[in-house]
Design a protein around this ligand. Structure first.
Ligand SMILES: O=c1ccn([C@@H]2O[C@H](COP(=O)(O)O)[C@@H](O)[C@H]2O)c(=O)[nH]1
Length: 234
């Protein structure tokens, strides 16, 4: 698998539609400790400017828009995302083989292109949720199925819970393989809407290559210090 930009150990999710809040978080977080994740909420409200502000402050950016559409649309969206000079872009693996292939063709592997990964099963979902959408053999099996397809199509890695990270590292090994895990909760933190949660230290021990952490940092009274404390425990 070709090399891609190096990835930070932690991405902090800047989930807000408020420009001032994004700028405040960018000011108090330390770009030597984390990258930032711009997702649907911030990007829909603020657009590519949010990516620019983060890049100006020196943060690697994970543009988490989870593209899931017909192959042509996803390919064009991936091209537009790569033009924003971000470090990481994602699609939904459940878009299927041809969609993943189109995404891979749109973002060729390389040192100057973002890494491209696919979401397997959202960390907010548990086995009972999957049964309701026709998946009866559980999250672990579905993650594995979608990750195999993702690996077959040559993407750089997956988004999954760190509960599944060890199996994912076998499919995406080495320095270029990416296992990006949201649903990270320091001991004692609220689970919120997440279901397949893991602590930061356990996530890394399981083989996660980058942790995504949102509310435990951004909703803290002092986000910068909270991030430092999390890093100190790793
Ligand atoms: O399976 C997934 C995929 C993406 N996410 C995103 O990660 C963050 C998590 O935020 P927390 O506040 O730490 O729960 C959020 O932006 C999600 O959109 C995910 O949680 N699970």
């Amino acid at each position: 698998m070709a090399c891609h930009r190096s990835q930070p150990r932690i991405y902090v999710a800047l989930d807000t539609a408020d420009e001032g809040r994004v700028r405040d978080l960018l000011a108090v977080l330390d770009p030597s400790l984390c990258g930032v994740k711009i997702g649907k909420e911030a990007f829909t409200a603020l657009g590519p400017r949010a990516v620019e502000w983060a890049r100006e402050r020196g943060f690697p950016v994970f543009l988490d828009l989870k593209f899931h559409d017909i192959p042509n649309t996803v390919a064009q969206a991936c091209r537009a995302a790569a033009d924003l000079d971000v470090a990481l872009v994602n699609v939904h693996a459940s878009g299927g083989r041809r969609m993943l292939e189109a995404a891979r063709e749109a973002i060729a592997p390389g040192a100057d292109t973002p890494a491209l990964i696919a979401v397997t099963v959202l960390t907010s979902m548990e086995d009972a949720d999957l049964v309701e959408i026709g998946v009866s053999d559980g999250a672990e099996a579905q993650v594995e199925r979608l990750a195999r397809l993702t690996a077959d199509m040559g993407l750089d890695g997956v988004v999954c819970s760190a509960r599944e990270a060890a199996a994912m590292r076998a499919l995406f090994p080495g320095e270029s393989g990416l296992v990006v895990t949201p649903g990270v909760r320091p001991a004692g933190s609220a689970r919120d809407d997440q279901r397949r949660v893991v602590t930061p230290a356990e996530a890394l021990a399981n083989g996660a290559t980058s942790l995504v952490i949102g509310r435990p940092v951004t909703a803290a009274a002092e986000p910068g210090k909270t991030l430092e404390a999390i890093v100190a425990e790793l």
